[in-house]
Design a protein around this ligand. Sequence first.
Ligand SMILES: CNc1nc2cc(C(=O)NN)ccc2[nH]1
Ligand SMILES: [Zn+2]
Length: 371
Amino acid sequence: EVSITKFPADERKIIAKAHDKYKKARAGIINTRHGQIHTPAFMPVGTKGTVKAMLPESVQTTGADIILGNTYHLMLQPGAKRVFKLGGLHKFMNWSKPLLTDSGGFQVMSLSKLRKITEEGVIFNSHIDGSKFMLSPESSTEIQYLLGSTITMAFDECTPYPSTYEQAKSSMELTSRWAKRSRKAFYSRDGYGQFGIIQGSIYNDLRLKSALDLIELDFEGYAIGGLAVGEGQELMFKVLDYAPDLLPINKPRYLMGVGKPADIIGAVQRGIDMFDCVIPTRSGRNGQAFTKYGVVNIRNSKYKEDNTPLEEDCLCPACKNYTKAYLHYLVKVKEILGAMLMTWHNLMYFQKLMLRIREYIAQGKDFDFIS
Ligand SMILES: CNc1nc2cc(C(=O)NN)ccc2[nH]1
Ligand SMILES: [Zn+2]
């Protein structure tokens, strides 16, 4: 048992530790105002207040405890104030479990047009109608409060890859100054939490300095940012071989934007507790199904008369009631039902993977399986 601290009102119980190579892996429960999160946890991405092609109750049946919403998209449309007036994002989208919202920093750099980074924050033009906006530690934190987010992310700068040491250093230092302002702007309430995000690219002394700066701010959890940005799995694992250990052992560790099943397994073995990734939803809509036999590209003509399910023992609607031939056809003719069934199966697959990982950790068993 590790000493437990509040998250934020309740306790985070590290209920089991795996042994040897898996010694850093841990299974736990995060208690929040909107329910429990069993970790290691995978968060489906619900960018615009919906997990694309899924009803929220269907997302719930896959076993997801928490989903992610994107601040950048929601602040542009329908607007944070409007969501607040309508009762908050939980009510708006009919999702009563925990919601994590990102800070908008990552998206504004990848989506908006004509942006200017200043000490104050990022000034940018909406990619929708060109109107002018500003995201800052204060405005991002307020927007996430208006959305009613269970877990709020600090406003940071995601350091691009590759970056020189100097570039990564000044970017990390900006993130530390912004983290302090984000923490000050956070309205602390029982059952709600705010996570800091450490940066520092692939430089271990910068990652350490970033962690030290953020630990001082006593966040309820910590994210490792600036990874899965093109560095590749080997370099990502090299950073993950030490970065999680720089963070408080009894607080949640969230690896942003990751990943494929093999990435998730490797990151859990290195001490990561939470993940988010568009892969199961986006690739599902694009015809890729994750199965225990590997990834099935359902658009391949070899499936056009395949009367068997994606996985015979999968309990999702796609596998219970339909064949690969039907899924092949739906995706080929771009029928909406194709996107729905493929998404549902992939989300079920990812949640089953997380469930098996949690079980193996709790039983102290190795979980190198890459299904
Ligand atoms: C898909 N890869 C990926 N890397 C990410 C990094 C960040 C980050 O550092 N935010 N501050 C956020 C989302 C990400 N998604
Ligand atoms: Zn299935």
